[in-house]
Design a protein around this ligand. Structure first.
Ligand code: ARG
Length: 460
């Protein structure tokens, strides 16, 4: 069997075959296509549309084809458009005309929708594992470095001290939301489209409930036109993946900054760093840079598919074939990024001394000084002003807050007393004892909650 060209008098031009084929990328749908076909054959037999014997021959034949593909013994041909036609053609080659009964009460339009949904369900399951693994790595790193303090930044300017664990748990929270998004998206992926036929439903007494059950779907599509033309479920995955990649890209950016000589808060394990071909001193954070870079193609696939879909009339249009490469690439990119990040985070070395040195700079306790004056009765706005002048003075004198004398403090406000020297990095952290704050007792609670959340997801 070559292309379906029943009413044509000539073969398609070679370039047309190549241009229209999806086999170069949709071959990877084969396990799903075969699972769908086996369920379909069994259903046809149960309903008396084909005989039990015919179904059995088809199922054995399909399993044989699956093995050939898995073992790399299958011959793919450009003139057979897609994986569906390849499998059917090979089935007929193997078992004869009875193989031609498989496509009864089915169209490639509902078949490809089924395959993509089965693929997406697996992709989501794997994504959830990947997200969970990275969360575990983040929690592990946070726990192992519970008393490490780093400067917190706003505008990338030194702002207030924070626990490193608090900073890492911020990423844990982002990944929690990503996880929730993929779980939510699964509800709309988990819908069985077979029975929609080409667009209008099929003219046979089929059993859709059986198909849904056999293939492990929670729900069935309710409108055949919608079922063959809906690709929302792919968009939803791509949108959730774009958000996840954006989060990973932000983490990547911090890993890149922090591993620079200027920050130096972390050192990448050599297994996760790369060398420079010219500068021997370098240990480059290429993994993080590529994760940041790959975020672009994931956004790109989302935009590409949104654009492809925007003016399509119902029902199936060949444009829909363009859903695949971007989706596959998005799944591959996200899964590999999650996997390599887990390893990178697990093997990161934290350098607390470098973080300490950074804390000495930038008058990081300025807010605490203002809060100190407020506690002594000053209005916050005035306290802010006083400390701003104090900072200018200290910069002029080239002194840190610690190095100023009480007399110098008193020049800026009479409210300053000896206990101003009790303001330290530790007191600053401890003061932020609100839910979600960086006080060590709060971060300890947050860590415990994070561990519970991962545990509750069933030890993935
Ligand atoms: N290769 C097609 C795709 O990926 C399969 C469905 C083809 N349907 C059709 N009527 N040509 O969308």
């Amino acid at each position: 069997m070559s292309q379906i060209r029943g009413r044509f008098k000539k073969a398609a031009d070679k370039k047309v075959d190549q241009y229209t084929a999806s086999i170069p990328y949709d071959w990877r749908l084969y396990p799903y296509d075969i699972a769908g076909s086996i369920a379909h054959a069994r259903m046809l037999a149960r309903q008396g549309i084909i005989t039990d014997k015919e179904a059995e021959t088809i199922v054995i034949g399909l399993n044989g084809v699956k093995e050939e593909i898995a073992l790399g013994q299958f011959l793919f041909k450009a003139e057979l458009e897609d994986i569906h036609m390849h499998i059917e053609a090979r089935l007929i080659e193997k078992i004869g005309d009875v193989g031609g009964k498989l496509h009864t009460a089915r169209s490639r339009n509902d078949q490809v929708a089924l395959d993509m949904r089965l693929f997406a369900k697996d992709a989501i399951a794997n994504t959830l594992v990947g997200l969970g693994e990275l969360q575990k790595a983040l929690v592990g790193l946070a726990e192992a470095n519970q008393d490490v303090v780093i400067p917190g930044y706003t505008h990338l300017q030194t702002a207030q001290p924070v626990l490193l664990a608090h900073h890492l748990l911020a990423y844990f929270e982002m990944l929690q939301r990503d996880t929730a998004r993929f779980i939510d998206c699964l509800k709309r992926v988990d819908v069985m489209p077979l029975g929609s036929g080409a667009l209008a439903g099929v003219a046979y007494n089929i059993d859709r409930e059986f198909l849904a059950k056999e293939l492990g779907f929670k729900a069935m599509s309710r409108n055949s036109l919608d079922a063959v033309s809906d690709r929302d479920f792919i968009l939803e995955y791509e949108a959730a993946a774009s958000l996840a990649m954006m989060h990973l890209s932000r983490l990547a950016e911090e890993i890149i900054l922090w591993s620079s000589a200027e920050f130096g808060f972390i050192e990448l394990d050599q297994a996760y760093a790369t060398g420079s071909s010219i500068m021997p001193q370098k240990q480059n954070p290429d993994v993080a840079e590529l994760a940041r870079g790959k975020t672009g193609r994931v956004y790109g696939s989302l935009m590409a598919l949104l654009t492809t879909l925007k003016a399509l009339p119902l029902a199936y249009n060949r444009d829909l074939q363009e859903d695949k490469e971007g989706f596959f690439d998005t799944v591959d990119t996200l899964l590999s990024t999650l996997e390599v990040f887990s390893g990178l985070v697990k093997t990161l070395k934290i350098k607390p001394e470098k973080a300490r040195q950074a804390l000495e700079k930038g008058y990081i306790l300025a807010t605490d000084l203002a809060d100190y004056l407020v506690r002594k009765g000053e209005a916050f706005r005035i306290a802010h002003e006083v400390v701003a002048r104090l900072v200018s003075y200290a910069i002029e004198q080239n002194k840190s807050f610690r190095q100023l004398t009480l007399a110098e403090y008193k020049r800026f406000s009479k409210l300053f007393a000896k206990d101003v020297f009790d303001i330290t990095i530790e007191s600053s952290l401890a003061a932020r004892d609100v839910t979600g704050g960086t006080a060590p007792c709060q971060v300890e609670k947050a860590l415990a909650n994070a561990k519970k959340a991962i545990g509750a997801r069933g030890g993935r």
